[in-house]
Design a protein around this ligand. Structure first.
Ligand SMILES: [Zn+2]
Length: 350
């Protein structure tokens, strides 16, 4: 067991800063730059690949059995699909979520010139006083029944175009990021910015304690995970292990919680590697880190993306517990700390 300290208040500040940088899949440059600036101060060599993902490397004590870790900085979001005749916007989703989970949400459309126009995602029949509660309630929440009401004087497509808005503009969801007095962090997009934060917290703990990872270790901060191909590239070909760090699925019937580190044994991509699971459980037990083994029924990770792209890797998956994933999410600082600690133990393990 290594001797080090995980700085939870610094991690939380890092997380809140990252949550407040919009980064839907396809528009992640600013979030990647934020993470890169942090990693640059922690003794990691950083570079971007052509896709725009961040690749950070520790040389390590040995390069006999190189390792990689990954977490993703891209999030759910939306894009303008159509400028409607009434001047409002129809959206197409970026990533997978239900329209119910963004009904009434504040959003921001970013135009080609970089200006932002605020708006709200609403059903096309939103007012109870206009349509009656039955019609409002029974309208199916699907793409064609949802629209963005812009906070601008527009009732025609031409007037909306005059604001600089065009088909293909990104539409960001307000994350509503907040640390509560009880130590919870509630926000959209904790998937997977909470895990990026755990990697940051672990890297800082390693740096502050002057520890050196056992093997050459690559950290891939991927930027296309939510659409399935994040870590399909970016893992060096000679790596033999990949530890994906992504949220543990908390909810009814699940073993995961918001106060421990989740160790996934199986998700929609099948079982994770048994040797990785054994190693992670042993590391957690030896260091007295709270952990929960779990199965995620409707879930896939960048670990699976790397395998499907042909990676010959032992893949494991750990992460902080996130409640109500792909909706208004929540985790607890205890889960961030547990996950950061398990990452440190993994980095310095034989
Ligand atoms: Zn994720």
């Amino acid at each position: 067991m290594a001797n080090y300290t995980v700085d939870v208040s610094d991690m939380t500040q890092f997380l809140l800063g990252l949550l407040n940088i919009y980064s839907p899949t396809g528009d992640t440059e600013r979030a990647v730059a934020y993470v890169r600036r942090a990693f640059d101060t922690l003794g990691l060599e950083t570079a971007l690949n052509a896709k725009g993902a961040l690749i950070a490397t520790w040389k390590g004590r040995s390069s006999e059995r190189p390792r990689a870790l990954t977490a993703h900085v891209d999030t759910l979001g939306a894009m303008v699909k159509e400028i409607k005749l009434n001047g409002r916007l129809r959206l197409t989703q970026v990533g997978g979520y239900t329209w119910n989970s963004v009904e009434g949400e504040r959003c921001f459309v970013r135009t080609a010139t970089g200006a932002t126009v605020s708006g709200t995602i609403l059903p096309i029949k939103a007012s109870v006083h206009v349509h009656g509660s039955k019609q409002v309630r029974e309208l199916e929440r699907k793409e064609e029944n949802m629209e963005v009401r812009l906070d601008a004087r527009t009732t025609k497509a031409d007037e909306t175009r005059a604001l600089g808005i065009e088909v293909g503009d990104f539409c960001y969801l307000d994350p509503h990021a907040e640390l509560t007095e009880t130590g919870f962090v509630r926000s959209r997009h904790l998937d997977d910015k909470a895990s990026v934060t755990c990697l940051y917290g672990a890297a800082k703990a390693v740096y502050d304690a002057a520890l050196v990872p056992t093997q050459r270790t690559t950290v891939l901060i991927s930027n296309f995970e939510e659409v399935g191909h994040g870590a399909s590239t970016g893992i060096p070909a000679d790596c033999v292990e990949l530890l994906a760090v992504d949220m543990a699925a908390v909810g009814e019937g699940q073993n995961s919680d918001e106060f421990s580190c989740g160790i996934c044994v199986k998700d929609s991509g099948g079982p994770y590697h048994i040797e990785m699971r054994r190693k992670l459980v042993e590391l957690a037990q030896n260091a007295d880190i709270p952990y929960k083994l779990d199965v995620y029924p409707s879930y896939s990770s960048d670990g699976t993306a790397a395998l499907r792209a042909g990676g010959d890797l032992r893949v494991g998956l750990i992460g902080p517990g996130v409640d109500a994933s792909h909706a208004y999410e929540r985790t607890h600082q205890a889960s961030l700390v547990a996950t950061a600690r398990l990452i440190v133990e993994y980095l310095v393990a034989p």
